[in-house]
Design a protein around this ligand. Sequence first.
Ligand code: TXA
Ligand code: MG
Length: 361
Amino acid sequence: MRMTNHWKVPPAVGPEDPGILEAARLIRAGGLVAFPTETVYGLGADARSTAAVEGIFEAKGRPSDNPLIVHIAQREQVDELTEGADELSRRLMDAFWPGPLTLVLPVKPGAVSPRVTAGLATVGVRMPDHPAALALIAAAGCPVAAPSANRSGRPSPTTAEHVLADLAGRIAGVVDAGPTGVGVESTVVEVAGGDVHVLRPGGVTAAQLRTVVPRVSAPHEDAADGGSPAAAAEEPDHAPKAPGMKYTHYAPQGRLTLVDGDPERTAAWIREELRRAKAAGERTGVLAFDEHLALYDADVVLSCGSRERPEEAARRLYAALRTFDEEGATFLLAEAPDSQGLGSAVLNRLIKAAGHRLVQV
Ligand code: TXA
Ligand code: MG
């Protein structure tokens, strides 16, 4: 068990902050430092050091064939890490960096440890839109490999407290700038044959990508494309994906079922199921939109904001899943978000958390 530093920094911190300087020094020395990004907290290490990167896999308990995203603070670092970015990838960087978009590009041999890419010929690169992340990466002076700073199989952390709950004693420290803004991870894309393929939905929506590039393939991303929660839940496993998408993801201790359909029928169905579960002695939990919150009589009722604002659901999702576990809920129901905008990324994470249990009412 080692001491884990907890550096509280102001939200608009710069690279001269003493906490940032200390954290950067530890990264340069091969240590593991968690830091906020605009999406979730990441667990950072010097991407060039195999020993440091191996430390990430060990601290998280992460499967070693799942590659890591490399975080940069300046656009020129793309040329140090990759064999060069194609025209469409460059357009995406212009439009969305810094921001929640990861681009998968051909890796420059020797630029990062082979443990970062898990032996692939590509590397995922992103420039996060958070002053603390940019300050830390700039002060460290190296590309920073960083997965989400949770133990494998736990929800991604959106606060420093979540990081410490999972990793205290296993990492050198956490830079704490308060809760993250977006709440779900970055969108991972790869350009191939003139198309932009979404490998993992996230903070940048398919509709936003389409404002910049002509052809975006994002399975079930928009209702306009015929997407729906039911279709997303049945998405075949051979659809293009980031390697990490194949792993069993976070599953709450309670059995979670997603409920989709006409709002009135959804509410009636959930109320009836709660009544039955309570009679059977379950400790019940509901994740619902504000519009329906007062309708549910569960042991733990959590809000994911208004149905009209999926970005609020994204911000609250992971903390809510952690709360259900802390409260010991055994029977969980969640209202499915519409698969529009950020709702698509929220739905993707909820479907995994529910082990693909989706009820259409
Ligand atoms: O928002 C985020 O992306 C956060 C913050 C910390 O930046 N990071 C994050 O990392 O979510 P992680 O390791 O939890 O997820 C990285 C995802 C995985 O699904 C992985 O398989 C995929 O990106 N990925 C990384 N490199 C890849 C590559 N070369 N080709 C395809 N997918 C890749
Ligand atoms: Mg993760």
